[in-house]
Design a protein around this ligand. Structure first.
Ligand SMILES: NC(=O)c1ccc[n+]([C@@H]2O[C@H](COP(=O)([O-])OP(=O)(O)OC[C@H]3O[C@@H](n4cnc5c(N)ncnc54)[C@H](OP(=O)(O)O)[C@@H]3O)[C@@H](O)[C@H]2O)c1
Length: 275
């Protein structure tokens, strides 16, 4: 696959960029500079969350960017569950971000012990009908969680944002997404919570053959596997490095050599136990 679409139309009709910028673990004081660097570089999808406690700075950077609001695809996520709690959180996020709509709002974790994610999902569906959010999705949902939401509400999430990198490439979940019209968005796409991915012989070999860095190879693999990808960096040189993944392509053999690195082992939280 040499040509890569730069956006995907979600099942609700909104258009999401394939490539974006994550802001986890960037505090409110430094996030405005980081998001400004990302927007200046060309990123147009910005991913934040109530839990990141940086929505004010994200909103400030977007407001100062000199871009039309419609040029930016803004995602936030809600941690709390319950219909009213989600609606209240959404109002508060809009206020902090200084905008009157989100492009995508996600239930951050299913938190099955609380057992309110179906009710929370209804709140997102209603907010979408009212135009407060352009698209509605979830994050860290397993097949079981997705199936239950769709069975009980008749509406499938438009996006599921999950841990996804070569060491944990989630083939079964991606196949389910494809069957149900759910777009896969990859968090932790650089796979750096464990050691060693960039030093893997397969990654090194592709990097050498393509004349690219291991980070670029890993990000390009993720894009070519059909996912929306949102790397984070506060380092200007890396923000630029990570952006340079749209003008080359891995061959089928190169993609397969990286597929083979899947361990099936998560580096981040388990959706069944994160509370
Ligand atoms: N839904 C969820 O539960 C969830 C969970 C985690 C993350 N996310 C979202 O997904 C985004 C991405 O995930 P993530 O931040 O966990 O992980 P990531 O983007 O895979 O990795 C970020 C780490 O990689 C480093 N890095 C970035 N570019 C690099 C490069 N070219 N070479 C070497 N190191 C590089 C960064 O360092 P520096 O910043 O110091 O440069 C940072 O330590 C988050 O920011 C967030 O928006 C969502």
């Amino acid at each position: 696959m040499s040509e890569l679409s730069t956006s995907i139309t979600l099942s609700g009709g909104a258009v999401i960029p394939r490539y974006g910028y994550g802001t986890f673990r960037i505090d409110d004081a430094e996030v405005a500079a980081a998001v400004t660097a990302a927007l200046d570089t060309g990123y147009r999808l910005i991913d934040t969350a109530v839990g990141y406690q940086n929505e004010v700075g994200v909103g400030r950077a977007i407001g100062a960017a000199g871009l039309g609001r419609e040029e930016i695809f803004l995602t936030s996520k809600v941690w709390d569950h319950g219909y009213d709690e989600v609606r209240r959180n959404l109002d508060e996020s809009l206020e902090r971000l200084g905008t009157d709509y989100l492009d995508l709002y996600l239930l951050h974790w299913p938190r099955p012990d609380v057992d309110k994610y179906v009710e929370s999902w209804r709140a997102l569906v209603d907010a979408r009908s009212e135009g407060l959010i352009r698209s509605a999705g979830v994050s860290n949902f397993t097949i079981e969680h997705l199936a239950r939401v769709e069975a009980e509400t008749g509406a499938a999430p438009e996006v599921n944002q999950v841990e996804l990198h070569p060491y944990f490439s989630q083939p079964e979940l991606r196949a389910y997404h494809e069957e149900h019209g759910v777009v896969t968005e990859s968090w932790g796409p650089l796979g750096l919570r464990a050691e060693g991915l960039f030093e893997e012989p397969a990654v090194q070999a592709v990097a050498k053959a393509q004349g690219r860095t291991p980070a670029q190879v890993v990000l390009r693999w993720n894009l070519q596997r059909g996912n929306v990808v949102i790397p984070k960096s506060v380092t200007p040189a890396r923000i630029a490095e990570n952006w340079e993944v749209l003008d080359f392509a891995l061959t089928d053999d190169e993609l397969a050599s990286i597929d083979a690195l899947d361990t099936g082992v998560r580096q981040g939280g388990d959706p069944l136990t994160v509370h």
